[in-house]
Design a protein around this ligand. Structure first.
Ligand SMILES: C[S@@+](CC[C@H](N)C(=O)[O-])C[C@H]1O[C@@H](n2cnc3c(N)ncnc32)[C@H](O)[C@@H]1O
Length: 263
């Protein structure tokens, strides 16, 4: 079955002509206008490392016939890299119509015609149920956490938005599909959300990066173990040192509220 968007495509309006810089506060990442303005002048920015750092994890979990949905593609090259690895059934979404317009133009200019790019909100995915083998997100859900407050006890508004996203991802995944989340969000903060009892996926993770750990979560739909071991595991996730000597790009802005609450 083809995964068809239920609604229209990207907004054809022209984007504002304004240069963007890194925002003064991580809270700005919650403002959709920020992303539109930023993408109007920025051609490429790769959050949390590029494909080469986690390609081995992708290759061992996805095959080339997989239908893939990427949440919040921005101006990342992830979809191009997947395509070069032989995965052609790719749909990218982003809330920013500027990101979508520019991504469509870039992919067409490179001849990657099969990749679909759709303006959509990850909190309300406009796709039929059970139609993707893989859903990806890299740094996109982290946007939802910038106003979470205490990471051990995130604000209810943050939790609601995260759960709306996870509900949608779980719904659009095929019964044996997988959700891949690439983030710096540590397991003891992510597990309570990913492993809400309503989801029937299992959770595992790998780390990558040099001085700083990024996490590569894999949630496998239909594979949840309903036993005591799984419940106990949530208390055993290691606390990983969040500090690094060299800050990479803007990643530190995402980390700010977590670090502030760690002490
Ligand atoms: C931190 S950037 C990550 C971009 C890209 N995934 C990468 O790895 O470089 C977050 C992206 O999520 C998009 N975004 C934010 N909120 C969104 C939402 N509710 N639905 C879809 N995309 C969203 C932003 O427009 C931006 O492109």
């Amino acid at each position: 079955m083809e995964c068809r968007p239920a609604n229209g495509d990207s907004d054809p309006n022209q984007n504002p002509d304004k240069n963007s810089v890194g925002p003064p506060s991580a809270l700005t990442y919650l403002d959709p206008h920020y992303w539109d303005e930023r993408f109007s002048s920025e051609e490429h920015y790769e959050w949390f490392k590029d494909y080469s750092h986690f390609q081995h994890l992708i290759n061992s979990n996805i095959n080339t016939s997989s239908s893939v949905l990427e949440l919040g593609c921005g101006n990342s090259q992830l979809c191009e890299e997947l395509y070069k690895d032989g995965i052609v059934d790719i749909t990218c979404i982003d809330l920013s119509y500027v990101a979508v317009d520019k991504m469509q133009s870039r992919l067409l200019s490179k001849g990657y015609k099969e990749i679909k790019v759709v303006q959509a909100d990850m909190l309300d995915l406009p796709f039929e149920s059970e139609c993707f083998d893989v859903v990806f997100e890299k740094g996109t859900m982290d946007v939802l956490f910038v106003d979470a407050g205490d990471p051990w006890n995130p604000r209810q508004e943050t939790v609601s938005k995260v759960m709306a996203t996870l509900d949608g991802v779980h719904r659009v995944l095929k019964p044996d599909g997988i959700f891949i989340s690439i983030t710096f969000g540590q397991p003891h903060f992510r597990r309570p959300l990913f492993m809400d009892p309503k989801f029937n996926w299992s959770m595992e993770y790998n780390t990558f990066g040099d001085g700083f750990h990024y996490f590569f979560y894999i949630l496998r739909k239909g594979k949840r173990l309903i036993d005591e071991k799984e419940k106990d595991q949530k208390h055993n996730d290691p606390l990983i040192n969040m500090y690094q000597d060299e800050l990479e790009g803007e990643d530190y802005l995402f980390r700010t509220n977590i670090d502030a609450d760690e002490d």
